[in-house]
Design a protein around this ligand. Structure first.
Ligand SMILES: N[C@@H](CCC(=O)N[C@@H](CS)C(=O)NCC(=O)O)C(=O)O
Length: 217
């Protein structure tokens, strides 16, 4: 049962995972359409007609084509009435965390995953030592900020989980897949465990595989 949602992406794609996790935590099934980077499926005219920047994730719903994982999370929270924050002040805070994530946390942590994909030979990726060192420094600095914020908060905004948590949790899940232990940032590790205990939670490769699938609610 797809509930009318079609998600195009890859299990190796952190932003794809965010959207899949949101759907899963909302108890919504979806059709998954695997886009293989190795087979360069993201460059085909068919895919470019869907995704103006040739990027995943793409979510199709109700005749609409939605891009950019954070914007998709906002769309889903409005459409499904979940994880959107309790009032306007909370919604503004959530948006600020989403933009901070896109600016400071996601880029270096996804860099860590790209380095690990290259080292494992899963994609033809290699990076200068200077770039790797900069991602390490920026990622650790951003995790330090997250850890300080979470010292006296159970979730990023307010007392309940929101799409800000789901977006940033995706970064932590992929940092783990890159071999980094969030225990280095104890408040981040405790927060990640709270998200992992939400009903319906699934880790990236438990949720998505490298093939098309109907993912049940
Ligand atoms: N800011 C975007 C990032 C999307 C993104 O970087 N997607 C990558 C895979 S994770 C992609 O499609 N890369 C292919 C390309 O850029 O050519 C989002 O959050 O959706």
């Amino acid at each position: 049962m797809s509930d009318g949602f079609v998600l195009h992406g890859s299990p190796h794609s952190l932003p794809t995972y965010r959207v899949a996790l949101m759907l899963r935590l909302c108890g919504v099934g979806f059709r998954f359409r695997y886009v293989s980077f190795q087979r360069r499926m993201h460059l085909t005219p068919e895919f470019r007609a869907l995704s103006r920047w040739g990027q995943v994730p793409v979510l199709e719903h109700d005749g609409r084509v939605l891009l950019q994982s954070a914007a998709i999370l906002e769309y889903l929270s409005e459409t499904l009435g979940r994880f959107g924050g309790s009032d306007d002040v909370a919604r503004q805070d959530i948006r600020e965390w989403l933009f901070w994530d896109a600016d400071r946390l996601y880029p270096p942590l996804y860099g860590w995953y790209s380095v690990s994909l290259g080292r494992r030979g899963l994609l033809p990726l290699s990076f200068d030592d200077g770039v790797v060192a900069r991602w390490k420094m920026l990622g650790e600095a951003a995790l330090g900020i997250l850890d300080a914020h979470l010292a006296d908060q159970h979730f990023l905004v307010g007392a309940e989980p929101t799409i800000a948590d789901i977006a940033s949790y995706g970064d932590i899940a992929f940092a783990k897949l890159s071999g980094r232990d969030p225990a280095e940032w104890p408040n981040v590790a405790a927060w990640a465990a709270r998200i992992e205990s939400l009903p319906g939670f699934a880790a990236p490769f438990d949720l998505l595989a490298m093939q098309d699938a109907d993912i049940p609610a």
